[in-house]
Design a protein around this ligand. Structure first.
Ligand SMILES: [Zn+2]
Length: 471
C-alpha cells in the first residue's frame, strides 16, 4: 500500500505551505497557507487546489501565521469538512488572524470594484468573515506532547517549535499498512536563547523530515541585538525623529516592544513613548498575557508585571480615531504597525507620512518576501508606491534580522544534527529556491540526504529503504 507526500505550497516560496499525505483512501493535509508576495504567487490562491478539499479527512496546523493557516476558510468553503488539529494557543490566535485576513480580502475586493481594475466583475473576496466563522468550527485544539489519532490511522504529536505562541513541529506517523513511518513537519522553527518564546523542542525520532529553509544560506547578525538597535535608535531619537517599525501583529510586535522596553529600562536608550497601532496586535497581546504562566512562553527573569506583558507606558491604539491621533504627534517616539512586509494595513499610512522626512527611521525586523514593498526597499529602491503615490524614501532605514523568529542556517542544521537518529530523507520546503539549495548543500556536506521539492510534486514512500521516489 502506498504512502505519498505532495508539496502543494511552501515549495520554491516561503508562503502557501500545504503538504498532503495520502494513504489509500485517506488524506491528511499539513498546513493550509495563503500564498503571498509576488503577484504570480498571490494568483495561485485563486487556482483550484491540485487535490479535492472534500477528499481530505483532516488538517494538521503547525501555527497561526497566515502563510500556514490563511487558506483554511476558502478550503472549508470549497468542501473540506474534517477536524483541524492544532495546539490550544493556535486555536486562540487563528480566529484573530483569519478574521483580519477576511477583512483585508473584503477591502481589496471593494477597492478593486471602486477603481474598476479587477478582471472579475464584481471582484469578490477569496473568503469573507462568514467563511472564517464556519471554518473555525472545525478547530480541534490538542495539548503539546499528546499523541492524537487522525482519521485513516495516522497519528500526530505536537511539539513546541519556539517560533510564536502555539507554534509546533509535528510528528506524524503513517498507518501500519502504509509503512508505519514517522515523519516530522518542522513548521517554522524558532531560535534558541530568545526572549518571550522558549527554545524549540528537539527533533524527535523520524525517518523523514520536512524542514523549513527560510534562512538557508544565511546567518543572523552575531552582534548582540541591543547593539544592533541602540546606535541607530539613539541617533533617530537625537534627531527628534519618529521610529517606525513595521511588524507582524503576531509575536513580532510583542517581541520588539519587550526588547525596546528592556533597552530603555537599562538606560541604554532614553525613555520615549512606544505606540502599537494595531487592533490585532492588541488582541494578540491579550492572548500572550493569558499564556504567560503556561510554560509555553519565557516571560524572562524580570519582575512579572502582574499578568501584563507590557509596562503601562506602552500605548495600544485600537480604533481608527486612536490611530489618527498619531499623525499629530511629534517625535521622538516609536510606532509599531503591521503589516511587517509593508504589503498593507495601517503601516502604509505611517510610511506615506514618515518616509519623506530625513529625521525619521524605518526599521525592518522580519523576513521580506520577494514582491513585497519591504523587499523592494532592501533591494535598493528609493521610492515606494503607496496608495497610488510615489513616496520618496528620504528617511534613514535599517534591517535588523536579529529579531527574526526563524532559526538561521546554523540553527536549522544544529537542530537536525541533534536528532536521536539521522532522518533518511529531508525535504527542504518553505524557502526561496536559492535558500533551499544553499541549505541542501550544507546538509549534504553533513552527510544527510536533502531533497528540494518543486511545487505540486509528489513522492512515494519506499518502506524497504525508508526513502522516497518522485511520482
Ligand atoms: Zn511562521
Amino acid at each position: 500500500m502506498t504512502l505519498t507526500l505532495g508539496f502543494h505550497g511552501g515549495a520554491g516560496t516561503v508562503t502557501g505551505s500545504r503538504f498532503l499525505l495520502t494513504a489509500g483512501q485517506h488524506q491528511v493535509l499539513v498546513d493550509c497557507g495563503l500564498f503571498q508576495g509576488l503577484k504570480s504567487l498571490r494568483e495561485m490562491n485563486w487556482r483550484r487546489t491540485a487535490f479535492d478539499p472534500r477528499a481530505v479527512d483532516s488538517l494538521v496546523l503547525t501555527h497561526a501565521h497566515i502563510d500556514h493557516c490563511g487558506y483554511i476558510p476558502r478550503f472549508v468553503r470549497d468542501g473540506f469538512r474534517g477536524p483541524i488539529y492544532c495546539t490550544r494557543a493556535t486555536a486562540e490566535l487563528a480566529p484573530i488572524v483569519l478574521m483580519d485576513a477576511a477583512k483585508l480580502q473584503e477591502e481589496d475586493a471593494d477597492y478593486a470594484n471602486r477603481k474598476g481594475y479587477s478582471k472579475h466583475h464584481p471582484a469578490l473576496p477569496l473568503f469573507d468573515a462568514r467563511d472564517v466563522e464556519h471554518a473555525l468550527r472545525y478547530l480541534r485544539p490538542v495539548p503539546y506532547g499528546r499523541e492524537v489519532d487522525l482519521p485513516g490511522g495516522f497519528t500526530a504529536t505536537f511539539h513546541n517549535a519556539g517560533h510564536i505562541l502555539g507554534s509546533a513541529h509535528v510528528q506524524v506517523q503513517s498507518p501500519r499498512e502504509h509503512g508505519h513511518t514517522r515523519m516530522v513537519f518542522s513548521g517554522d522553527l524558532g531560535r534558541t536563547d530568545m526572549p518571550l518564546h522558549i527554545d524549540p523542542e528537539p527533533l524527535p525520532l523520524c525517518d523523514t523530515l520536512v524542514l523549513e529553509s527560510t534562512y538557508g544560506g544565511r546567518q543572523h547578525d552575531p552582534a548582540p541585538l541591543q547593539e544592533q538597535l541602540r546606535k541607530p535608535f539613539d541617533a533617530a531619537i537625537r534627531r527628534g525623529g519618529t521610529i517606525l517599525i513595521p511588524a507582524f501583529a503576531v509575536a513580532r510586535a510583542q517581541l520588539v516592544t519587550l526588547m525596546l522596553d528592556d533597552l530603555m529600562d537599562q538606560g541604554l536608550l532614553p525613555r520615549i513613548p512606544i505606540h502599537i497601532d494595531s487592533p490585532m496586535a492588541a488582541d494578540v497581546t491579550g492572548i500572550y498575557e493569558r499564556h504567560l504562566e503556561s510554560g509555553e512562553l519565557d516571560p524572562g527573569t524580570g519582575e512579572p508585571r502582574r499578568g501584563r506583558l507590557f509596562p503601562a507606558g506602552v500605548r495600544l491604539h485600537r480604533t481608527i480615531e486612536e490611530s489618527r491621533q498619531l499623525n499629530n504627534l511629534e517625535g521622538p517616539r516609536v510606532i509599531i504597525a503591521s503589516s511587517g512586509m509593508l504589503t498593507g494595513g495601517r503601516v502604509l499610512h505611517h510610511l506615506a507620512r514618515l518616509l519623506p522626512d530625513g529625521k525619521n527611521l524605518l526599521v525592518l525586523v522580519g523576513y521580506q518576501a520577494a514582491g513585497t514593498r519591504g523587499r523592494r526597499l532592501l533591494d535598493g529602491e528609493r521610492t515606494l508606491r503607496i496608495h497610488g503615490q510615489d513616496v520618496p524614501v528620504n528617511c534613514h532605514w535599517i534591517s535588523v534580522d536579529g529579531l527574526s523568529a526563524h532559526a538561521d542556517e546554523d540553527g536549522l542544521v544544529d537542530w537536525v544534527k541533534a536528532a536521536p537518529h539521522k532522518p533518511a530523507t529531508i525535504f527542504l520546503a518553505h524557502g526561496e529556491p536559492d535558500a533551499s539549495e544553499a541549505l541542501a548543500a550544507k546538509l549534504t556536506a553533513a552527510g544527510f540526504h536533502p531533497v528540494v521539492p518543486q511545487l505540486d510534486r509528489a513522492y512515494e514512500f519506499i518502506p524497504a529503504s525508508r526513502h522516497w521516489r518522485q511520482v
